[in-house]
Design a binder for this molecule. Structure first.
Ligand SMILES: [Zn+2]
Ligand SMILES: [Zn+2]
Length: 175
């Protein structure tokens, strides 16, 4: 699997070329080369601990997307990526290595080229993990908020006094 080809696909989706995107390309490359496939539905699940540019590469290359519910964001500010495959019941974790990969004095373009020529194993610590994916996306009832009236997923309504209200209204009421 050619990293440059994967990069082109990611850039078409993401809109620009940047070093962050290459990290996602390398993670996706590793996944595709190690028994996981593109996910037209929810077969593959990505759990990511950051929401930076790299995640767009996963969406474009692996089909783990926000809209399908097979991209789960945990806001931990870490470049860690977990992948679970519902077909093979396998899981893998990629965690970025510390340090600067020797690219400190490189320009932005040099850094992009350096990363594109790296192996995923150079950039990430990679571990097989237990198969333990988050649950499937649920289809649930929508109910109007008793304050603003906007239709809201039932599981996101908050109880306030005797009302069921949406999160923004709840935040306003709590001041
Ligand atoms: Zn970017
Ligand atoms: Zn409301």
């Amino acid at each position: 699997m050619d990293a440059k080809e994967l990069m082109e696909k990611a850039v078409r989706f993401h809109g620009h070329i940047c070093p962050g995107l290459v990290f996602g390309v390398l993670a996706a490359k590793y996944v595709l080369e190690n028994g996981y496939d593109f996910s037209p539905n929810e077969e593959l699940v990505a759990v990511v601990e950051n929401d930076n540019c790299s995640v767009d590469a996963l969406q474009a290359i692996l089909g783990t997307t926000f809209g399908k519910g097979n991209l789960v964001h945990r806001d931990y500010g870490k470049m860690n990526y977990y992948f679970y495959d519902r077909r093979s019941k396998k899981g893998v974790r990629l965690a970025i290595k510390g340090g600067d990969f020797g690219e400190k004095k490189q320009t932005r373009d040099e850094k992009i080229q350096f990363l594109l020529n790296s192996n995923p194993e150079d950039i990430f610590n990679i571990y097989e993990i237990e198969y333990n994916p988050p649950g499937l996306a649920l289809i649930e009832e929508s109910i109007p908020c008793e304050i603003c009236g906007e239709i809201t997923m039932g599981s996101r309504l908050m109880s306030y006094k005797d009302s069921e209200i949406c999160i923004p209204c709840y935040k306003k009421m709590r001041g």
